[in-house]
Design a protein around this ligand. Structure first.
Ligand code: ATP
Length: 388
């Protein structure tokens, strides 16, 4: 990597002033896109802050790519505004925006060398030859492709092709880089190491990145904020931790990570706690949520790693109330995953609870086996009350 890093700048003058880090760079206001009668993007409003690594996460077909394509200028919204600084760029052509997009399939030109692929956009923008050579060298060093400049894409590995695409997308120093599933074509190990490199690169450049992914671990690893999309709408925008620990809805709780959800009907107040009567796990005690719980059906969500297991029941710990949220059952299934083991416990109350236990010792003396009597328990603070 070079020490001399390019500063981002507006390539076209679509935004005259750059936003200061942390300030909104891009404002998406009520943006909608309809294909025929299908609303692929349905009234999305979102601020993207300068210098942040933002992830758009959602299941296949939820509208992530369509939203990204509208930011890049490959689709025009039917409704809403896309503001860069104080200018509405919703109808501007792609090359008129200081925004670049890296495509899922990389879209490299097969007949052009690495160098010419990276130089392509610079030539089209009319940059002088000497400046192009300098910029391409800078980009090649940035993505660590030195020595491969003359190769064609089919003479490169998948990871190297990904770097060429990244270098090409960054060559014009966009203010905002859009990455559509940039790591999808890489194997798991390479994907993980490339995630780290992309984060490092983004930090060093200070360029705002928006990544589209359907892989929640990828979004959580890389992004400082995540926007979860469902059926064309933004379901929640939050930090990875908040999304995981305080999901706003049952759908988000179930989409982001594994979760046990117990449907409940009634609620009683007990000091700063609520008691929720659940069908499958009996009464559960939960810490009072920050937002008031309204009338109607409720559910209690608890992540599997927060469910403790033991043969005899909760161990007495200072300040820990051992009688609450104690569920007796039998181990119904064991799934060994290396770093952890997931146990499915069939409860006497009728339901099932999943517990994920870290394998902190090499020997399996603490492991449980199918049909073993077990007690599962969890703390009220680890429960999330969901309105369903
Ligand atoms: P994936 O993760 O599978 O790429 P996505 O969330 O990126 O999904 P989009 O590509 O944005 O989803 O598509 C959203 C919906 O809009 C899908 O149902 C898709 O079939 C539809 N769609 C996208 N582009 C068009 C188009 N040009 N014409 C008609 N329908 C389209």
């Amino acid at each position: 990597m070079t020490d001399e890093l390019p500063k981002t700048h507006a390539a076209t003058g679509a935004a005259d002033r750059e936003a200061a880090p942390g300030q909104p760079l891009l404002r998406i206001e009520g943006v909608a896109k309809t294909f025929g009668t299908f609303r692929a993007v349905d009234g999305v409003s979102l601020d993207i802050r300068a210098g942040e690594f933002f992830a758009l996460l959602g299941p296949s077909g939820c509208g992530k790519t369509t939203l990204l394509r509208m930011l890049a200028g490959f689709e025009a919204p039917d409704e809403g505004r896309i503001l860069l600084g104080d200018k509405d760029i919703a109808q501007a052509l792609p090359h008129e925006r200081p925004i670049n997009m890296m495509f899922q399939n990389y879209a490299l030109f097969p007949h052009l060398s690495v160098r010419d692929n990276i130089a392509f956009g610079l030539k089209r923008a009319g940059m002088a030859r000497a400046d192009i050579a300098t910029r391409v060298a800078e980009m090649v060093a940035l993505v660590k492709l030195e020595g491969l400049e003359k190769r064609k894409p089919d003479q490169l590995s998948g990871g190297q092709r990904q770097r060429v695409a990244l270098a090409r997308a960054l060559a014009r120093r966009p203010q905002l880089l859009l990455l559509d599933e940039p790591l999808a074509a890489l194997d798991k190990k390479l994907r993980e190491s490339t995630q780290g490199e992309l984060m490092e690169l983004q930090r060093r450049l200070g360029t705002t990145f928006i990544i589209v992914t359907h892989d929640q671990e990828e979004a959580m690893t890389m992004a400082s904020r995540i926007g979860v999309m469902n059926a064309g709408k933004l379901a929640q925008v939050a930090s990875p931790r908040e999304l995981y620990e305080a999901p706003r809805s049952r759908w988000i709780a179930e989409f982001v990570g594994d979760v046990n959800v117990f449907d409940g009907e009634t609620k009683l107040r007990d000091g700063h706690r609520l008691v929720i009567g659940t069908r499958d796990a009996g009464p559960l005690v939960v810490a009072e949520p920050r937002e008031p719980v309204g009338a109607g059906k409720l559910a209690v969500a608890i992540r599997p790693e927060k469910v403790k297991l033991s043969r005899r029941g909760p161990v007495s710990e200072a300040g820990y109330e051992t009688a609450i949220n104690r569920l007796d059952g039998v181990i119904a299934d064991v799934c060994y995953l290396g770093g952890s083991t997931t146990y499915k416990v069939k409860l006497e109350t009728g339901g099932t609870v999943q517990a994920s236990v870290a394998n902190s010792a090499r020997l399996d003396v603490d492991a449980y086996s199918v049909d073993q009597q077990i007690v599962a328990w969890f703390s009220p603070d680890d429960c999330v009350v969901l309105q369903s």
